[in-house]
Structure formats: C-alpha cells, structure tokens
Design a protein around this ligand. Structure first.
Ligand code: S3P
Length: 172
C-alpha cells in the first residue's frame, strides 16, 4: 500500500516502469510531467520557455506535496525532482524512493527523437548527458532507498527487481 516514487535521469525509464506497475500491481499512477502539462495547458518545454525553470520547479514541488494525501500510488517524477532537498524530504515521508539508472549511451538512444525535454535541447551527446548526470549523481544516490539499473533489461525484469528489493527493505 506504500507509495513508490520513481526517480532518475531523463530517459531512465520512469514512465514506462510506472505504467507497467500501475497496470500489473493495481497501483494508481501519477505521471508528474503529464499532469503538470495538462493543468497548465501547455507542454513542459513551453512552460520552461514561457515562465522559466523556477516556475516549473514550484509546480513540481507543489504536486509532490499533493501526492502525500493518498497511499498505493506509483509516482513517476521528473528527472530534476531531487534538485530540491524539500522534495526529497516529502518523498521520504510518504513512501519509498526507487532510483532507475542507465548509462549515457542508453539514455541517448532513448531520448534521441524526443523534443519534449528542454534541458536536453541541443545537448544530445554522450558528453553532455554524462556531464549533467555527474552533476546530479550525488543527489540521486543520496535520495534513493533502492537503485535499479535498467540497461538491457525488460520492463518486466525491472519491475520484478523493484518488487524483490522492496520486500528486502520492508523486512529490515
Ligand atoms: C527534467 C526532466 C523532465 C522534466 C523537465 C526537467 C530534469 O522529466 O521534468 O524537462 O530536470 O531532469 P523526465 O525525467 O520525465 O524527462
């Protein structure tokens, strides 16, 4: 019944895994970016462009707070959610945090044809992705209760690993 917060770099597989978990484990899905975009009536890129990143980050923090009202949700967070310590505290108080990882090579393959990520506009090279991953690595790792590498794994395998590791830490 616990909430699961999926965190990780853009293209690490959060949305795919969240949707699989919601369908197969009878959990409610919260796709944060999608919800923010639909409430604002514009794409994430347009929100960044029109109002700036801080405005988006404020919406993101507010939505996370909203999620605390309910149990049994799988919450697919935007890749930058860990940038604010306040967000990490909110997640820790309301569920378990699962970090999905992937190499820069895998990430590049997954995001190559997607124009919906403003922070990767004009930065779709292994070097640029590695640089941004490196800046964030410490924050991702410090926030995570569970870390799952997603390279070359099916969604089913990733979800099984999440379940197993969740069981392990529940038993602690
Ligand atoms: C961001 C990741 C995006 C989205 C926004 C900012 C980030 O979400 O929230 O573009 O700072 O890493 P995804 O991780 O779902 O692409």
């Amino acid at each position: 019944m616990m909430n699961i917060f999926l965190i990780g770099f853009m293209g690490s597989g959060k949305s795919t895994v969240a949707s699989y978990m919601a369908n197969n484990f009878a959990m409610e899905i919260v796709e944060m970016d999608e919800l923010i975009a639909s409430r604002e009536g514009m794409s994430i890129s347009n929100i960044f462009e029109t109002y700036g990143e801080t405005y988006f980050r404020d919406l993101e923090s507010a939505l996370l707070k909203e999620c605390q009202c309910k149990p049994n949700q799988v919450i697919s967070c935007g890749g930058g959610v860990v940038l604010r310590d306040e967000n990490v505290r909110t997640m820790k108080e309301n569920g378990r945090i699962v970090l999905l990882t992937a190499t820069a090579q895998t990430i590049l393959k997954r995001v190559a044809n997607d124009e919906g990520r403003p922070l990767l506009q004009g930065k779709k090279t292994i070097e640029d992705i590695e640089k941004l991953m490196e800046v964030r690595r410490e924050k991702y790792e410090a926030a995570a209760d569970i870390v799952i590498s997603t390279d070359d794994k099916s969604t089913l395998k990733i979800c099984e690993e999440i379940r197993m590791k969740m069981k392990e830490i529940q038993g602690e």
